[in-house]
Design a binder for this molecule. Structure first.
Ligand SMILES: [Fe+2]
Length: 348
């Protein structure tokens, strides 16, 4: 184990005041306010830092527009941090802070960092037992009422990138990330080795029609982990009362990763996502290769037109994880770009 998860994200924004209002209504706890810079602290000790793009850009970041311009990954011990930084430093510049944080630019142009994360603690949560016909788990018990959402941790970040394979290979070969699923034509899901989340980063193909087809490098969204569906919907209602509205799909469940979702257009850039109930994986997981649109959605409150027409039920195990028929033992992925084919047209 080495990289535990996302320790900090740094938003560089055009409208600082509106971004801060949004995150306070979203449920983040403001911990520090300086001139031109505001910090929010999450229950797992992760930080969301919001600063003005014009005054405090991230050196070397090639991300365009407002959004997360740097992701700092938290590492479990000094030995692992030194090993990872030495790998990166052998081939590209690394900028160090007095506290030992190492900053660098990954292949593909995204600014990232590595930092010791001794204060990390996974928040403890519990969910109400579920009743179903013939299966009573909650008798004479009042359901908990929730007034608003309180995000517990940052689960993942998503970037639109023109060449997802280049980014994936850097994360796999330099930072020991695992490829967890392939969404044909749309992108690559990865998790850091110290996390069980289905993905802690997704590289979304910016050349795909679903991403606008621009081929640009842009921030897409950040996912904040909530307890369950009830907290997502309580949070959505609170956001609506405060004048923020969710993206058109509303509440839904992805098929890849299986998580509940609700997105909000965010003045700090891209979207902010409430998420819950995502698949949890370890190294026994076998990556799959999905039809892009089929993998995107299980259901949603407002179904997109292509989903009403009927999805293409197409998913297989990723060929590079299968030694022979009937044997799905996982092993490290070492495929060629052609085996992680992202250029397929989206099937409808
Ligand atoms: Fe997401």
């Amino acid at each position: 184990m080495a990289v535990l998860g996302i320790e900090s994200v740094v938003y560089c924004v055009e409208d600082l005041a509106r971004s801060v209002d949004f995150f306070e209504d979203f449920g983040l706890r403001l911990s520090e306010r300086e001139t031109g810079r505001v910090l929010f602290q999450l229950p797992d000790s992760a930080q969301v830092i919001v600063q003005r793009l014009a005054e405090a850009p991230i050196p070397g970041s090639q991300v365009r527009g407002s959004g997360i311009h740097e992701v700092i990954w938290g590492v479990d011990c000094q030995q692992h941090l030194d090993r990872l930084v030495a790998r990166i430093e052998s081939e590209r510049p690394v900028r160090r802070d007095p506290d030992g944080t190492a900053h660098f630019i990954i292949d593909g142009g995204i600014a990232m960092g590595l930092r010791l994360w001794p204060t990390f603690r996974m928040p403890a949560t519990s969910v109400d037992p579920v009743n179903s016909p013939g299966n009573i788990n909650r008798m004479n018990v009042h359901r908990r009422w929730i007034a608003r959402a309180v995000p517990k941790r940052i689960m993942h970040v998503v970037y639109m990138v023109p060449e997802p394979e280049i980014c994936m290979k850097f994360m796999r070969d330099r930072l020991d990330f695992r490829l967890t699923d392939v969404q044909r034509g749309l992108g690559l899901y990865m998790r850091c080795d110290g996390s069980n989340d289905h993905h802690t980063i997704f590289f979304f193909n910016s050349r795909s029609p679903m991403a606008g087809g621009t081929g640009e490098l842009r921030f897409h969204h950040c996912n904040f982990h909530l307890t369950d569906l009830d907290e997502i919907m309580a949070g959505k209602l609170h956001m609506e009362r405060r004048g923020w509205h969710s993206s058109p799909a509303g509440l839904g469940r992805h098929r890849i990763g299986s998580a509940l979702f609700c997105y909000f257009p965010c003045p700090a850039g891209g979207e902010a996502e409430y998420g819950a109930d995502q698949d949890q994986l370890d190294d026994g997981w076998v990556p799959r290769n999905w039809d892009g649109l089929f993998g995107y959605l299980h259901w949603a409150h407002n179904s997109p037109p292509y989903w009403i027409e009927g999805p293409n039920w197409d998913v297989t195990f990723h060929p590079e994880t299968i030694d022979r028929p009937g044997d799905i033992r996982p092993r490290p992925y070492h495929g060629s770009p052609s085996q992680v084919q992202l250029a397929d047209p989206i099937k409808k």
